[in-house]
Write a protein of this length. Structure first.
Length: 255
DNA sequence: ATGGCTTGAGTGTCAAGA
């Protein structure tokens, strides 16, 4: 079973890249973030023509998450239950006995800002919800744009980013607490090339200089981590014309 | 040089991203 996550930064703009990527890699599930569209503008038909059923939790202009699967997802749920939020950041569903949680974590803008406070509150709500969700679904994967670089290894210039947004200690502690729920960072189950990132700034030739961060992740519950055979970042779509600023992260499970 | 690009909104220029 192949699962993947990709922040597409507008599905409308990136649809050709997404369809090409699905055709090439044939994942069992692809989680999308920043679709930036309401459900009524969502390209269900085009994706079905490519062999994928989609469920979407969308809104105008910002955010929006979707779960693409071959045969459709079961028990689909949107948002974090009990957490009042206008922003559409979470969609979950079950595929082949695996509970997939697709999440677009808040960016936080700047440490100490109102958006940062929202990010930390959102992270606390996610953690609280996942405690129960992992009990309910022992085979659980949390995929998405976490907007957290968990370690200095995940940062092109750790000194410049120290205590900055995406790298601050409270954010990294929140990531650590997700691991303490029994989840494992699929990427770190394997030897990886140095300076592997999943996002590069559009500005200042970020991709060319590999000035990036690893902020897109796949966390696996213990039974899934035990059968994970491979995980990595696919940089190829970042090299295309008019790319998303994020690259897909892919994991293979022997299921 | 707290900029640089890209997107959506909407038609001038700004918010937001990370």
């Amino acid at each position: 079973m192949k699962i993947a996550t990709w922040n597409v930064n507008s599905l409308k703009v990136r649809l050709p890249h997404v369809i090409d990527w699905l055709n090439t890699h044939q994942p069992d599930a692809l989680c999308l973030q920043e679709t930036k569209t309401e459900d009524k503008g969502f390209p269900y038909t085009e994706l079905e023509a490519a062999g994928y059923r989609a469920v979407h939790n969308g809104q105008k202009t910002y955010n929006g998450v979707a779960l693409l699967t071959r045969g459709g997802a079961e028990n689909v749920q949107t948002d974090i239950p009990g957490f009042a939020d206008e922003q559409k950041r979470v969609i979950s569903g079950t595929v082949g006995g695996v509970r997939l949680v697709c999440a677009y974590f808040p960016n936080g803008q700047a440490v100490g800002s109102d958006k940062y406070a929202y990010k930390l509150a959102w992270l606390a709500a996610l953690e609280q919800w996942l405690v129960e969700e992992i009990q309910r679904y022992p085979h659980l994967a949390l995929l998405g744009d976490y907007n957290i670089a968990p370690d200095d290894r995940d940062v092109h210039d750790p000194a410049a980013w120290r205590d900055q947004i995406l790298c601050s200690t409270p954010e990294r502690e929140a990531f650590r607490r997700l691991l303490e729920l029994g989840l494992e960072d699929a990427f770190r189950l394997f030897d990886q090339p140095e300076k592997t990132f999943s996002w590069w700034d559009y500005r200042a030739a970020g991709f060319r200089r590999n000035a990036g961060l690893r902020i897109d992740h796949i966390l696996l519950s213990a039974p899934l981590a035990a059968v994970c055979t491979e995980c990595g970042v696919d940089k190829a779509p970042r090299k295309l014309e008019r790319p998303s600023d994020h690259a897909p992260v892919v994991a293979d499970l022997a299921l």
